[in-house]
Design a protein around this ligand. Structure first.
Ligand code: PEP
Ligand code: MN
Length: 281
């Protein structure tokens, strides 16, 4: 008997808690933002480098309309010789930025052993693309009392990604925000290929909110504004964008950091487009 080879490909993994069936849309309260209902605009540096830069950037992105601050204290770098992040010192700087601006903090956790103590410093635990299928880390954040921002792995299907969210929900933490950040294709002009169709696809499969990271998806400053706006049109619940006050000197991802000025210009368009989309729907 002939079996269609693509049937396998389209079959979903066993997802139960993440599926849309019998569950209305999840909203996650972080500070005064209800993720899944209000548009979340997360901005900040790739890495926390020092107090001065971080506080500068935090103040600027808040003024531009960002409602959460991102910043890596533990960095998953391709080379072990690249800047690895400030660790605890970086988290303390983020805490200061939060006290100064009132913005909730999003930061990546790399190691299951760091999950519980990191919750004292961050409002949302980020799982990076490279760790999407780190199952011991997923189980650990599943026990944490913090929402989780789960990035899509660069080689992962939507089905595999949702299965990873399932790991977190199965441990009892239902506050998961998915983040499309581009996948590897044969294209090399952009750092990755932003799969915007993942946004409506996830929305027809799951009740979880989904945001888009146009920074790591494109890797190019010129492509970030148009893809951010395209993400809004695709129905994304938010965006996460890297901003640096001196991109040329940034210790990581300097080619893809927006200046505070270009971020402010973009943020204005994002909110205007978002209002227009709400009227349209
Ligand atoms: C990041 O957001 O800092 C990051 C490393 O992103 P990703 O895991 O998507 O590569
Ligand atoms: Mn980065």
């Amino acid at each position: 008997m002939f079996i269609f080879p693509w049937k396998e490909v389209f079959e979903m993994n066993d997802i139960r808690l993440v599926t849309l069936e019998n569950k209305k849309k999840t909203t996650i309260q972080v500070g005064n933002i209800r993720i899944g209902r209000d548009f979340v605009l997360i901005a900040g540096p790739c890495s926390v480098e020092d107090e001065e830069h971080t506080l500068n950037i935090a103040t600027a992105v808040k003024k531009a309309g960002a409602n959460m601050l991102r910043g890596g204290a533990f960095k998953p770098r391709t080379s072990p010789y690249s800047f690895q992040g400030l660790g605890l010192k970086g988290l303390k700087i983020l805490k200061k930025a939060q006290e100064l601006t009132g913005m909730p903090i999003v930061s990546e956790v790399l190691d299951p052993r760091d999950v519980s103590w990191m919750c004292d410093y961050v409002d949302i635990l980020q799982i990076g693309a490279r760790n999407m299928q780190n199952f011991s880390l997923l189980k650990e954040v599943g026990k944490a009392e913090r929402p989780v921002l789960l990035k899509r792995g660069m080689y992962s299907t939507i089905s595999e990604w949702l299965s990873c969210a399932e790991y977190i929900l199965k441990e009892g933490n239902s506050d998961v925000i998915l983040c499309e950040r581009g996948i590897r294709t044969f294209e090399t002009y952009s750092r990755n290929t932003l799969d915007l169709s993942a946004v409506p696809a996830v929305k027809e499969l799951s009740h979880l909110p989904i945001i888009v990271d146009p920074t790591h998806a494109t890797g190019r400053v010129s492509l970030i504004p148009p893809m951010s706006l395209a993400a809004v049109v695709s129905g994304a619940d938010g965006l996460i964008i890297e901003v640096h006050d001196n991109p040329e000197e940034a210790l990581s991802d300097k080619d893809q950091a927006l200046t505070p000025e270009s971020f402010a210009e973009l943020a204005d368009k994002i909110f205007r487009l978002r209002d227009f989309m709400e009227e349209l729907n």
